[in-house]
Design a protein around this ligand. Structure first.
Ligand SMILES: [Zn+2]
Length: 570
């Protein structure tokens, strides 16, 4: 509820900021892709700096690919007995895993244990506040056939969550959770990644190439647009979804397997993803200080020109509403997937659809630069991504009922008793996760905007971004910024929308018209049947054609009120 006069009670955004710290994780990875064996072998140097006020004794490293090793993984159990049952029967060659062959920590051989997707060990010496320690490791990843967010399909590689990645340590401690349904959380740092692979590959990656040829000029744009979408559409390209290696790729080009090495560098990112395909066509446009790049498979001509132009538009939209894009490049990559997935500076999309592009580009700001824990607080980035997508869709199509229809999907779950709090960790939702995290949090942002007005809402977004970019954020951070900017106490508003599954249900119980003292009166009784409290806007259409709006505090269980007008309310 909006208490118009009460001042904000919670901690101010500036106080949170002055107490804030984050760890630093700098990666130097050199890896080699073996396309015959579907193996990635590499060495990784992780320089980890403890900026916390705590002395650390243990450390935790994510080995995400192990979620696809066997039916014992927690990820598998989350989906069982749902659509992922097939993981149980997956042939060995289609599975994936990540193994550590050797590791030293602070120059000493490390002893560690691995449980599923989490490696745990003790620092050889406790790591004091301000201390830095170097992890050196050799790893081997068996790349799975594309399941979930990554893998190979034919000659195409989507490489995400592919390297040993240190868990986040923040004000609530280590986030050493098993990889389950839900997404990611990472420490900011610099990534330097060298990838060795057959030289006909074109590579899209987080970061900028600093050495070697990423192959961006290798392939020509398709000549004719035929709507795209099916393999083999152009120039006799044979591009299967089997795993038989390079020769399947482009027989006419006389491919060789001679290797090349390309090195990428990314600053202020909390993850690193890359995609490689011998058939990527690359388009580029400059937008201010950074470049927008589109990578699509040559036969997929629906992407030609369109994906680049749409991404440029989406980036400009976010840039103007939220704040300047903070990295030198953004890549949108045509990927054999449904939907899309966001990584710093790179998104993998299953289509060049503008709605999807707006959603994923929004993630560069919300998740990429404003880095929430996607596992525990998925609403903080999916909410804005959906909000900007729906807002763009409503504006561009003129569909006035769009937001109502989004609302209906949420109301339906509340009505049937299936609604769960929006801020539930994603893997703990029983059934309503998708609608709560994606749609209800978008509605929440829209309600906030209606309540405080467009101008103040945009000020909230800009303030949030300019103070918190390249940092970790959570619900408390966003609430503090909202209260700072509006000067309002918004605790209850957040509680009702985000931290509970209260139902919003008001009913107009009585509407009576009468004439008295030469005025027209409307006597109303409104009942609040749900526990959620929202301000109510009443709209009266009068006989003389005017429309009068009145605002009510929606707190009481029963509101009786009379309004008078010069003309008869209809
Ligand atoms: Zn999303």
């Amino acid at each position: 509820v909006l208490h118009g006069t009460a001042a904000a009670q919670g901690p101010a955004s500036q106080d949170l900021l002055s107490d804030y710290w984050q760890q630093r994780a700098d990666y130097d990875i050199r890896c080699t892709l073996d396309i015959e064996a579907k193996m990635l072998t590499g060495i990784e140097r992780l320089t980890y700096t403890n900026n916390s006020p705590d002395t650390l004794r243990r450390y935790f490293i994510h080995l995400y690919p192990n979620a696809y090793r066997s039916a014992d993984s927690e990820l598998y159990r989350d989906f069982h007995p749902g659509t992922w049952v097939f993981l149980r029967d997956l042939p060995e060659e289609n599975r994936g895993w990540l193994e550590i062959d050797t590791m030293t920590v602070g120059g000493e051989p490390a002893s560690f244990t691995i449980d599923g997707t989490v490696l745990a060990g003790d620092f050889p010496r406790p790591l004091p506040p301000g201390g830095t320690v170097i992890f050196d490791m050799a790893f081997r990843e068996k790349i799975r056939k594309r399941i979930g967010r990554a893998g190979y399909l034919g000659n195409h590689y989507d490489m995400a969550q592919w390297y040993p990645k240190i868990a986040v340590y923040d004000k609530t401690g280590w986030h050493q959770d098993q990889f389950r349904t839900g997404e990611f959380y990472g420490e900011f740092g610099t990534y330097e990644v060298s990838i060795t692979l057959p030289d006909q590959y074109v590579i899209a990656a987080t970061g900028l190439p600093v050495e070697g040829d990423p192959g961006w000029t290798r392939n020509e744009k398709p000549e004719h647009k035929d709507g795209g979408g099916h393999p083999g559409a152009d120039a006799g390209v044979i591009y299967g979804t089997d795993s038989s290696g390079m020769k399947q790729g482009r027989d006419d080009a006389g491919l060789s397997l001679s290797p090349k090495t390309v090195r990428f560098r990314a600053v202020d990112v909390h993850d690193f993803a890359w995609c490689a395909d011998p058939l990527f066509v690359v388009e580029e446009a400059k937008v201010g200080a950074f470049s927008v790049m589109s990578f699509y498979r040559q036969w997929n001509s629906a992407w030609a020109d369109s994906a680049l132009a749409r991404t440029v538009n989406a980036v400009r939209l976010l840039d103007s509403l939220v704040g300047p894009y903070g990295w030198p490049q953004i890549s949108i990559v045509d990927s054999p997937t449904h939907g899309g997935m966001e990584y710093p500076m790179l998104v993998m999309n299953g289509s060049p659809d503008m709605s999807l592009i707006v959603h994923e580009v929004t993630h560069m700001w919300f998740y990429g630069m404003l880095a929430n824990n996607e596992r525990d607080d998925a609403w903080l980035d999916e909410g804005p991504a959906q909000y900007f997508m729906f807002d763009w869709l409503a504006a561009s199509t003129g569909r006035k009922d769009l937001w109502n229809r989004i609302g209906d999907s949420v109301i339906e779950l509340h009505r049937s008793g299936f609604a769960e709090p929006v801020a539930t960790p994603y893997h703990e939702f029983e059934s309503s996760g998708l609608t709560m995290v994606y749609n209800k949090s978008a509605l929440f942002l829209r309600a906030l905007r209606i309540m405080v007005g467009d101008e103040v809402f945009e000020e909230i977004l800009r303030e949030y971004f300019s103070n918190w970019k390249f940092r970790h954020v959570d619900g408390e951070t966003f609430l503090a910024v909202c209260e700072d900017v509006t000067g309002l106490e918004l605790d209850d508003f957040f509680k009702q929308w985000i931290y509970s599954a209260k139902t919003c249900d008001y009913t107009l119980d009585r509407f009576k018209r009468r004439e008295e003292d030469g005025l027209h009166w409307a006597d109303l009784r409104i009942k609040r049947r749900g526990d959620m409290i929202l301000p109510i806007t009443l709209e009266f259409r009068l006989a003389d054609g005017t429309v009068v709006q009145e605002r009510l505090d929606g707190m009481p269980r029963e509101i009786e009120k009379s309004f008078s007008f010069e003309s008869k309310p209809e």
